[in-house]
Design a protein around this ligand. Structure first.
Ligand SMILES: Nc1ncnc2c1ncn2[C@@H]1O[C@H](COP(=O)(O)OP(=O)(O)O)[C@@H](O)[C@H]1O
Ligand SMILES: Cc1ncc(COP(=O)(O)O)c(N)n1
Length: 268
């Protein structure tokens, strides 16, 4: 069985972070492992508090996994602080996993900072150059390239600028723009649009986590980058279409295993 590791924060509400990542890995048939960087007290409405995990324990978690178990793919989510970024980057440089999908998580849907403001430069310098693929949403891309993004052309410019920071490839997610949620992939040579149709729902908690984990899982299973991204877009679209009306805020995506596999059967 292929294996996938998520290095991310815990969401007590189960909709985003480590919990969304592990559910996605299971639904896609890869064995999930986790390194927890921070614990958030969170539900569908808000992040109430955050406890960063001690750096030595973060390093120990990574070493415990890599010293014993083969890791086919790594997904990175919430890193919280510059110190955590430094520790994760050092450890990944040591173990050199084949695929690293980076979701540059910065702010929760409710507006809580999940990455400290002074950690953005560390993210750019230490993590982005390690990325097989980075998957910013529009506000995250605006922070990374210090510009505003409103149009398809500006999305292309932002992809080029983020690629120039050292990522091997960039998937700029269009969910935050008006209209249909079209994402743009730049693989270092070519642009590919992944067209979506906007689903009218407030239940989009964990969409970014789910998408990046699905890409990482697909890479582990042997898909090319472009196949991995296309399949993951299909997965997130299904997971939003069948999202769950839990809680009073933004409900979570749905990782119901049979849903995806049934859809897979009728696809061809
Ligand atoms: N209402 C929606 N309907 C369909 N797809 C969506 C919707 N909102 C987001 N998406 C898709 O979900 C994925 C996550 O996107 P986005 O919401 O932009 O990122 P994030 O969750 O990181 O803020 C992208 O593929 C995006 O196009
Ligand atoms: C621990 C944690 N990690 C990430 C997110 C971002 O969630 P989203 O995927 O909705 O942008 C979150 N709310 N909490």
């Amino acid at each position: 069985m292929k294996t996938a590791l998520t290095i991310a924060g815990s969401d007590s509400g189960g909709g985003a972070g480590i919990q969304a990542d592990l559910k996605t890995f299971s639904a896609l048939g890869v064995y999930g492992m986790s390194v927890i960087t921070a614990v958030t007290a969170q539900n569908t409405q808000e992040v109430r508090s955050v406890q960063d995990i001690e750096i030595s324990i973060i390093k120990d978690q990574i070493e415990a996994i890599f010293d014993d178990i083969h890791v086919d793919t790594v997904k990175i989510g919430m890193l919280s602080s510059a110190e955590t970024i430094e520790a994760v980057a050092q450890s990944l440089q040591k173990y050199q996993p084949k695929f690293i999908v980076v979701d540059p998580v910065m702010v929760s849907k409710g507006g809580h900072h999940l990455l400290q403001l002074d950690a953005v430069s560390a993210l750019k310098e230490k993590i982005i150059p390690l990325a097989t693929l980075i998957t910013p949403n529009i506000p995250e891309a605006e922070v990374l390239v210090k510009d505003t993004i409103h149009s398809a052309e500006e999305m292309m410019e932002a992809c080029l600028a983020i690629h120039a920071l050292g990522a091997n490839a960039v998937l700029l997610k269009g969910g935050h723009l008006n209209g249909d949620p079209n994402d743009l992939l730049f693989d270092g040579e070519n642009f590919t649009w992944l067209k979506g149709t906007r689903i009218q729902t407030k239940n989009t908690h964990g969409t970014g986590c789910t998408l990046s984990s699905a890409i990482a899982a697909n890479l582990a299973k042997g898909a090319s980058l472009i196949e991995a991204v296309h399949e993951a877009k299909r997965y997130i679209t299904l997971a939003i279409t069948h999202s769950l009306n839990l809680g009073k805020g933004h409900g979570p995506t749905n990782h119901f295993y049979e849903l995806y596999n049934k859809a897979n059967l009728v696809k061809k």
